[in-house]
Structures are given as structure tokens and as C-alpha cells.
Design a protein around this ligand. Structure first.
Ligand SMILES: Nc1ncnc2c1ncn2[C@@H]1O[C@H](COP(=O)(O)OP(=O)(O)OP(=O)(O)O)[C@@H](O)[C@H]1O
Ligand SMILES: [Mg+2]
Length: 453
């Protein structure tokens, strides 16, 4: 049996004075689905998982299991198995007994040998069954812990960073096994991680949380390709998306451009629908997002349709073996996303305030319902950030950033040196633009109303 898990406006508050650490979260997880909860440390991932498991009380909202109200159902009545980061095996029991333990609790006296054996075969740990935890490596112990969760044939798996204590190679290996196993068993799985590549490789869908607020829930492809806001764009993908502060210029009698400090991107005519919609941002500061695949090193004469030139000064080279990450100075200013720069925010992000005199596009988007509470990211000036007062409420100091404002991927055979001026081509088909609050405005939000209306 596999479960449908639904959260309706679920919030969690600790104590009477605290704010919501999970804020009106709504999610529908289909039977057999593998859903990943992704977000930075402290964003409420484990709290959500623990509320689903019944280990944490739900302050407001509803949890439904297979459509039935389940807020007050005791954990044992939920038929779910949890796998934690710090899995604990009984040290005085063999792997066989550890795996069989929940079965013995459930039906004492019955012979569970066959079930334990089948589980061990599935996990490839048959030859470890007679060993004690102290005689196993970390990865083997984690597999035994998984075995203990699987043997019961639960209706859902709840996994809280189960691989984060393992080294990279083992993590990749077990990641693939988890994916195979849960699909084989067709059991609904909610998997918590702060590792975006793990989320992208495992999830049928990925739910991105920030400060307890759901930012987006979508397939990995959609989260990467159509991030709802700048936070999601920056959280997902390596190398991190380049975020530059831009200014939209749309003179009535000239070409439309997005200026990036000393240079600009000239939007080719005829303007695409997405670029036309940018016109209403005329004179406004925006955040330009360029993933590394949007920029290549090539001369202007090699430009394909939709590509426009920039130049960059090589500031730093990161050799990765199969590729090189080139950090360029293009004379633009990077946009800073506060809680990406400070991974452990001490306070919740400020709620978006309505500005006076909203633009036509805002109006359209509000009508379309595309704006969602709490999904904003305020543009933060590096200077303002440096001057921010300290104290217990202040975000942690930003991590040092590498030099340059634009990172481009290239092959190792291209010989580049520090200080070289290099021609670049930007593919405008991959251009992201976010407004000052971090909402994506290009490509346009999906539910734009009919402009003729
Ligand atoms: N028992 C508690 N009392 C008060 N605050 C708590 C309690 N448990 C968690 N919190 C707070 O709730 C917020 C969310 O915590 P949670 O453990 O869900 O985060 P997380 O996303 O799992 O983080 P991590 O990636 O570090 O595990 C944090 O700010 C945390 O300090
Ligand atoms: Mg956690």
C-alpha cells in the first residue's frame, strides 16, 4: 500500500512568541511519488517531515493521509518509516536482528527470516547479516538502517538527509540505490536535503522552501528551467546562476537594452513576447540571471541568431578537470540574494510590502495570481549589507566570493590567462530577468492574462 500525503495550509510555531518556522505550507504528494524537500539550513524541512510523521504537532492547518484527516493520528498509526541522518542501530544486535526488530515489535513470535532475507538481497547486504554495527562501515550501517525501514513494507518513507554523513562516492552510490529501491517498491517517499544536486537527481518533484515558505514545487526540469524567483534560480544548479544588477532601457525611438553597468545587452528586433513584456520595466533596476549555458566564449562574428556580444576580463580560472570555470569581470554589479550569501539566516525574511503605484505588469501578474506571498527576495546592495548593524538579529557575515561577476564554463583546451580581455556571446533565449523583489518576469510568469482584455 502506498499513501497520498496532503498538507493544507500547515504552519508550525514553537512556543507562544515565536514566528512560524513553517508558514502555511500546502503540498499534495501523490501515491508512489518521490518528493524532495529542498532548502537551506533552518528553512523548516525537518519540521515538515516530523509533522508528517506525527513526531511534531501541527500548529495550524491540516494533514491528510489518503484523504483522511490525520493531524491527531499517533505516529504508529501512520504506517510510515523514517530514515534519519544520524541513524541509530542497536550496537548489541546483528544486522539481521536490527532489520528484523520492527517486525518483531509488530508481530512477536512470527518468523521474519524470509522478509529480512529479501530485504537484505534488495540492498545487497546479505553477507553482512551476522555482523554487529561496530563491524560495519558507515555506508554499510546506513544500508542496514534502510533495511530496517524497508522490511516493514511501510506505506511511506520519510528520509531526513539520510546520506549526508557519508563520503561523496558512497553518497552517489546510495543515492542511485535509493532511487531504484523506492521506485521498485512504489512507496511514497518524502526526502529532505539541502543538497540541490541530490534533490534534482532523486525527485519526481522538488519543493523548494525558504524561511518556512514554499517557493516552488515542480519537476527538477521546471525548477531549473523556470524558477519562480531569484532564490530558486540561485539555489538550484551548479555553477550557481550569474546574477547581475541590470537596468531596462526602452526608448520609444531606439533599441531596447538591459544595461549591466559598463556594458549592455541589446535585445534583438523583432522583440520576443517575453522581451516586449520587459518594456514596462523601463528605467527600473532588475536582476539579470544568466546560467553558465547562456554564455559562451566566442567572437561577435560567430554570433547565432539571438546571441549578443559582451566582453569580459579574465579574473580567475577554476580548473575542474573536464571543464574550466572562468570568472570574468564584465564591469557589472552582482546582485546578492541574502540567505544564499548567509546560509543560516537568524531571522525570517521580511514580508513583501506593497509599493505605491504598481506597474502595469505587476497589475497583470497580480490578476493572474502569479504572485505568491513570501516568495520575494529583496535586492540587497553589497554596500548596504556591509553597513548593516550587527547584533543577534543580523544575518551572518557574507561568505567571501570569488572575484569577477560572471562565471562561464569552457573546455580545458582553451588557453586563457588572468588579465585577458575575452569576447563573449550571451544567448538571449536563456535570459532570466527578475524584478527588484526577486520575482521572475522573463520568461514571463506562466499565467499571464489576455493582454487584449
Ligand atoms: N524544538 C524547537 N524549538 C524552537 N525552535 C525550533 C525547534 N526545532 C526547530 N526549531 C527552529 O525551526 C526552524 C526550522 O528547523 P528545521 O530543523 O526544520 O530546519 P531544517 O530545514 O531541517 O534545517 P537543517 O538543514 O539545518 O536540518 C529553525 O529555525 C529551528 O531553529
Ligand atoms: Mg533538518
Amino acid at each position: 500500500m502506498t499513501r497520498a500525503i496532503s498538507l493544507h495550509d500547515v504552519s508550525k510555531t514553537y512556543g507562544t512568541k515565536g514566528g512560524r518556522v513553517v508558514d502555511r505550507l500546502s503540498l499534495d504528494i501523490a501515491p508512489g511519488e518521490f518528493l524532495v524537500l529542498l532548502g537551506p539550513s533552518g528553512c523548516g524541512k525537518s519540521t515538515v517531515l516530523r509533522m508528517i510523521a506525527g513526531l511534531e504537532e501541527i500548529t495550524e492547518g491540516q494533514l491528510l493521509l489518503d484523504g483522511e484527516y490525520a493531524n491527531d493520528l499517533p505516529p504508529a498509526g501512520r504506517d510510515m518509516a523514517m530514515v534519519f541522518q544520524n541513524f541509530a542501530l542497536y550496537p548489541n544486535m546483528t544486522s539481521r536482528d536490527n532489520i528484523g526488530f520492527p517486525l518483531r515489535i509488530e508481530s512477536p513470535g512470527a518468523d521474519h527470516g524470509a522478509r529480512v532475507g529479501a530485504t537484505a538481497r534488495m540492498l545487497g547486504i546479505e553477507d553482512l547479516l551476522d555482523r554487529f554495527p561496530g563491524q560495519l562501515s558507515g555506508g554499510e550501517r546506513q544500508r542496514v538502517a534502510m533495511g530496517r525501514a524497508i522490511a516493514r513494507h511501510p506505506s511511506a518513507f520519510l528520509m531526513d538527509e539520510p546520506l549526508s554523513n557519508l563520503d561523496a562516492k558512497l553518497r552517489n552510490h546510495l543515492r542511485a540505490e535509493i532511487a531504484k529501491l523506492t521506485r521498485q517498491l512504489k512507496v511514497t517517499t518524502v526526502y529532505v536535503t539541502h543538497d540541490q544536486s541530490e534533490a534534482m537527481s532523486l525527485g519526481d518533484r522538488v519543493a523548494v522552501l525558504r524561511g518556512g515558505v514554499l517557493q516552488q514545487v515542480d519537476t527538477p526540469r521546471a525548477v531549473y528551467g523556470l524558477p519562480r524567483n531569484v532564490f530558486v534560480a540561485a539555489f538550484v544548479g551548479t555553477p550557481r546562476i550569474n546574477l547581475l544588477r541590470g537596468l531596462v532601457r526602452a526608448p520609444l525611438d531606439g533599441a531596447m537594452t538591459v544595461s549591466l553597468g559598463k556594458q549592455f545587452l541589446r535585445l534583438p528586433e523583432p522583440l520576443t513576447m517575453d522581451h516586449q513584456l520587459l518594456r514596462v520595466q523601463q528605467g527600473r533596476e532588475v536582476i539579470v540571471g544568466l546560467r553558465s549555458e547562456a554564455v559562451r566564449i566566442a567572437k561577435p562574428s560567430a554570433a547565432r541568431p539571438g546571441e549578443v556580444p559582451l566582453t569580459g576580463l579574465v579574473e580567475h580560472l577554476e580548473f575542474q578537470g573536464h571543464e574550466v570555470l572562468v570568472h570574468f569581470d564584465t564591469g557589472s554589479r552582482p546582485a546578492v540574494v541574502p540567505d544564499l550569501e548567509a546560509p543560516r539566516p537568524a531571522r525570517r525574511p521580511a514580508r513583501r510590502r506593497r509599493r505605491d503605484g504598481g506597474t502595469a505588469l505587476e497589475w497583470l501578474r497580480e490578476r493572474a495570481g502569479a504572485l505568491r506571498a513570501g516568495s520575494s527576495v529583496a535586492l540587497l546592495d553589497r554596500a548596504a549589507e556591509a553597513e548593516a548593524p550587527g547584533g543577534p538579529d543580523a544575518p551572518a557575515a557574507p561568505e567571501p566570493r570569488l572575484p569577477g561577476d560572471l562565471v562561464v564554463r569552457t573546455t580545458p583546451d582553451l588557453r586563457l590567462r588572468h588579465g585577458m580581455q575575452v569576447p563573449l556571446l550571451v544567448d538571449l533565449a536563456h535570459l532570466f530577468v527578475f524584478d527588484q523583489h526577486g520575482e521572475r518576469i522573463c520568461p514571463a510568469p506562466d499565467h499571464l492574462p489576455d493582454l487584449e482584455e
